[in-house]
Design a protein. Structure first.
Length: 65
């Protein structure tokens, strides 16, 4: 089976469209990532909140028994 010029043109067009869409998606994702940057994450605060929630959960389990 030989590839006719029409088939080759269709394959080339499909590949070009796919590559263009991928580049557009990557550019959009990069733009969203740059815009989504906010204040730095406070790891000490997150740790303290997690500890408080764990203590509350333990207290609730003990009080239900």
């Amino acid at each position: 089976m030989s590839i006719t010029p029409q088939i080759l043109a269709a394959i080339s067009g499909a590949m070009a469209t796919y590559i263009a869409e991928e580049e557009a998606c990557q550019a959009a994702a990069a733009g969203l990532a740059a815009a989504a940057q906010g204040p730095p994450v406070n790891l000490w605060g997150m740790s303290g909140r997690q500890s408080a929630m764990q203590l509350r959960q333990l207290m609730q389990r003990r009080s239900l028994r």
